[in-house]
Design a protein around this ligand. Structure first.
Ligand code: NAG
Ligand code: NAG
Ligand code: NAG
Ligand code: NAG
Ligand code: NAG
Ligand code: NAG
Ligand code: NAG
Length: 552
């Protein structure tokens, strides 16, 4: 009947509209409204300006399930342009919502923007945080959990509860002040403390328990490092942690007494309440810094009697321990779980490498200006986001492709310019992070997970490929590189879009140690990349430009 046809047409056009937005019909929607405001709080005992989301610091947790559509209307009531990025969420075909300054125009003060994305084929513990300026130093971060769909078995029993532990180093200076340091050529300096879910705790403090456990039951703890610079060691008095998931992959379930969590990384562990019922401290302490900062929080047993022992378990010493721990991480190849691009994820060791990119960590102090970079190039964000310049076909007015070489070359100075690599769609690429410095690095790739096949001391050379783990390296999005060491990752560039690769050490990223990879599918097709969303903000030279005809 006629009305039925009209209804069907309506439905189709609705689904069509969602498709072009990169949000899929059929899968459930989660809607959020977030209000960003400043407030004065004193997490380290000194009043300072923080960034709150709906009055919360850290921000609200997003609790989702594989394939959920997430719609977040963000109202920026700060005095600065602002963006969130969804760390580890792959945004398949949808770099439009990645929230990096190279993909999105910032949300201007007093305005709002609605992010719409799907947590397609992913599971695991993730975080979101500000990608603009030094806002991350003031908050605006939180947890993003992606549960397995009910029908997909997980390789462990359903835990009694699900706890999020966001740990990070902390500064008492405002984000403006820290940004001013970096803009004027000064270093950020060392962190002044450590926060656990927004609070600093000392042994003996009277404080409410952060979490409660029932004797005999097993709990899931999701531990993520949301800090700016410092690697942290995480441990729980008298309790062991069984690692079950890391950055979206089920791992072999090894048991750890403590875990080194580098900036940007997340671990999911199971903890069984199998000790005398009383209070215990959880501990997060900085690693590899001259001055160690430690913070504690209390976990209680229900009906427990007695305070936590004042004796904290010791942190490991040196980075060799941390390297050995990395080597114990293995992907559980038999665990079923949603994963993006399953074709590319099995037997990755058998795929021929088509391109090798060696990225050497550079630092420069030329003319009293501190800059960081890769292979002689220090990235700077143009006012027109790279992705939008490319989409509106004005890339030549904004940046040049491939200014950086695929290997480091001897040079005396860093060139400051947008750093964009043109990648061939679906190429299988090897990236080597080479750290010639004495400090530890942590690097993240947006839009993908990669196989972290090796982290080793010394200098990389092609023979080192003999040492790669080509069987069961964990598929993840962030990798640490120890002092005077290197790390190798393998990935298929099959996600069309503009994707950031950066140091997670935040002053380094801010001062240029990042780049973008542009991946264009030869066929302009919705199968490979979604259309630009209708609500995409435009700025710079593309402001006011009409959007191009949609792909079909
Ligand atoms: C956001 O917070 C500001 C400041 O508290 C308030 O004026 C405004 O009404 C809030 N907006 C929304 C949409 O909640
Ligand atoms: C989070 O989501 C999971 C799965 O959808 C659900 O079982 C759980 O109750 C949710 N937790 C909260 C706090 O909403
Ligand atoms: C801003 O919020 C309003 C609802 O208050 C919404 O209708 C509009 O789409 C939002 N703007 C953007 C760009 O997302
Ligand atoms: C790997 O996953 C399988 C399938 O879910 C599970 O039975 C097994 O216990 C896991 N192995 C380890 C070592 O975690
Ligand atoms: C990979 O390279 C080897 C040696 O160059 C070649 O023999 C093999 O056919 C290639 N495999 C694929 C899948 O292209
Ligand atoms: C960057 O690092 C590489 C490797 O250490 C070095 O050869 C090159 O000279 C450095 N360039 C700059 C500008 O520091
Ligand atoms: C990028 O690389 C592709 C091949 O993968 C090539 O067709 C295209 O012309 C290159 N684009 C630019 C701007 O260099």
């Amino acid at each position: 009947m006629a009305s039925g046809v009209v209804l069907k047409l309506l439905l189709f056009s609705l689904i069509g509209a969602y498709l072009t937005h990169g949000v899929r019909g059929g899968d459930p929607y989660l809607f959020f409204t977030w209000n960003l405001t400043y407030a004065t709080l004193s997490p380290l005992g000194v009043p300072q300006q923080l960034i709150l989301i709906n009055g919360q610091f850290p921000g609200p947790s997003i609790n989702s399930t594989t394939n959920n559509n997430i719609v977040i209307n963000v109202f920026n009531n700060l005095d600065d342009p602002f963006l969130f990025t969804w760390s580890g969420i792959q945004q398949r075909k949808n770099s439009w919502e990645d929230g990096m300054p190279g993909t999105n125009c910032p949300i201007l003060p007093g305005t709002n923007y609605t992010y719409q994305f799907q947590v397609k084929d992913q599971i695991g513990s993730y975080i979101y945080y500000p990608s603009t300026a030094l806002h991350k130093a003031a908050g605006g971060f939180g947890a993003l959990k992606v549960h397995s769909r009910p029908l997909i078995p997980i390789p462990y029993d359903e835990p009694a509860d699900d706890y999020t532990v966001l740990i990070g180093d902390w500064y008492t200076k405002s984000h403006q002040e820290l940004k001013h340091f970096l803009d004027s050529g000064r270093p950020l300096g060392r962190p002044e403390g450590v926060l656990i879910n927004g609070k600093a705790g000392k042994v003996g403090d009277k404080q409410e328990p952060l979490f409660t456990m029932e004797p005999g039951k097993t709990y899931k703890y999701r531990i993520c490092n949301v800090g700016l610079k410092a690697s942290l060691n995480f441990r729980i008095q008298d309790h062991k942690m069984k690692l079950v998931e890391m950055e979206g992959s089920h791992t072999m379930q090894n048991v750890y007494v403590s875990l080194d969590v580098h900036v940007g990384q997340c671990f999911t562990v199971l903890v069984t309440a199998d000790q005398t019922p009383k209070d215990y401290y959880i501990v997060a302490s900085t690693r590899f810094l001259k001055e160690v900062h430690t913070s504690i929080a209390i976990i209680s047993y229900t009906n427990g009697k007695g305070e936590a022992s004042p004796e904290l378990p010791p942190a490991p010493v040196g980075w060799a321990w941390s390297l050995n721990q990395f080597r114990t991480f293995r992907w559980n190849l038999t665990a079923s779980a949603a994963r993006p691009n399953p074709q590319g994820s099995y037997h990755y060791g058998a795929i021929n490498i088509t391109r090798t990119i060696r990225l050497a960590n550079n630092v420069s102090r030329a003319n009293g200006k501190l800059r960081y970079g890769f292979n002689g190039v220090s990235h700077t964000d143009p006012t027109t986001p790279l992705k939008l310049a490319e989409y509106f076909k004005v890339a030549d007015k904004v940046f040049k492709y491939d200014l950086m070489k695929d290997e480091p070359e001897m040079s005396t100075d860093l060139t400051v310019q947008p750093n964009v690599l043109n990648m061939t769609f679906r190429n299988f690429v090897e990236i080597i992070f080479e750290n010639h410095e004495k400090s530890l690095q942590s690097y993240q790739v947006n839009g993908y997970s990669f196989f972290a096949v090796a982290v080793e001391p010394g200098t990389w050379s092609p023979e080192k490929r003999m040492n790669y783990n080509l069987q069961d390296a964990v598929s993840r999005h962030t990798i640490q590189v120890f002092p005077k060491s290197w790390a190798a990752i393998l990935l298929t560039f099959d996600n069309a879009g503009m994707w950031n690769i950066r140091s997670e050490i935040w002053d380094r990223a801010y001062l240029g140690q990042q780049l973008y990879t542009s991946i264009l599918s030869p066929e302009k097709s919705l199968r490979d990349e979604y259309n630009i969303p209708e609500n995409t903000l435009l700025c710079g030279i593309v402001e006011g430009m009409p959007k191009l005809p949609s792909y079909t």
